[in-house]
Design a protein around this ligand. Structure first.
Ligand SMILES: CC(C)(COP(=O)(O)OP(=O)(O)OC[C@H]1O[C@@H](n2cnc3c(N)ncnc32)[C@H](O)[C@@H]1OP(=O)(O)O)[C@@H](O)C(=O)NCCC(=O)NCCS
Length: 168
């Protein structure tokens, strides 16, 4: 575990990152995506985060990519520009080792250096996402909202909770 390192993502990471993400698209309600991402979709996301000047980082354990996280636009309108939404995914076999907490710390630190003031986590209000909700709460995120029945996946209506952390 002590060997986890972080670095900026590049296009050559996209195949590994889309494989991590697509596991959750296909099996879990933690993401409301219904269709898998192609490698090009992931490259496009890496490029768009970089164009925003925001961090998109990968976590490596002994040289192996075990997760990733990024900050991206919360709302398009310009006055929201110092508020970002965070995203974190670990490879299934790398969960429960405390890597998520270190990834989140690293992401927030880089976000703060990039001028981010407020971070919003939009998390499914389902048992699949309980680990994510507790991770964010442990990190100091505070629940600021809840919406019910805003998504439909696996023939179930799903809600979300929103948590916020100020870096200002
Ligand atoms: C959420 C996530 C980033 C947390 O990272 P992590 O390194 O596993 O975090 P931790 O090791 O600190 O464990 C956090 C909690 O998850 C639980 N957990 C770990 N692995 C688990 C697994 N495979 N299934 C269910 N719960 C698990 C831990 O027991 C812990 O619970 P606690 O807070 O009640 O003690 C990671 O589990 C993950 O990638 N999950 C799937 C994707 C996801 O939900 N992303 C967030 C979308 S908003």
């Amino acid at each position: 575990m002590t060997d986890v390192t972080f670095r900026a993502a590049t296009a050559s990471d996209a195949a590994a990152l889309s494989a991590i993400y697509n596991f959750y698209v296909e099996t879990s309600t933690v993401t409301f995506d219904l269709d898998s991402w192609s490698v090009d979709d992931m490259i496009h996301k890496i490029d768009s985060v970089e164009a925003l000047g925001m961090p998109f980082i990968v976590a490596e354990l002994d040289g192996d990519i075990v997760g990733y996280g990024y900050l991206s636009t919360w709302r398009e309108k310009c006055a929201y520009e110092t508020t970002m939404e965070n995203t974190l995914y670990l490879r299934e076999d790398s969960r429960g080792l405390g890597i998520g907490g270190r990834l989140l710390d690293e992401l927030l630190e880089r976000g703060q250096r990039a001028g981010v003031r407020e971070v919003i986590a939009v998390i499914a209000n389902t048992t699949d996402a309980t680990p994510s909700i507790s991770l964010h709460e442990r990190n100091g995120f505070v629940r600021v909202g809840e919406m019910r029945n805003v998504g439909n996946k696996f023939d179930r209506w799903l809600g979300i909770v929103m948590l916020q952390k100020s870096l200002a």
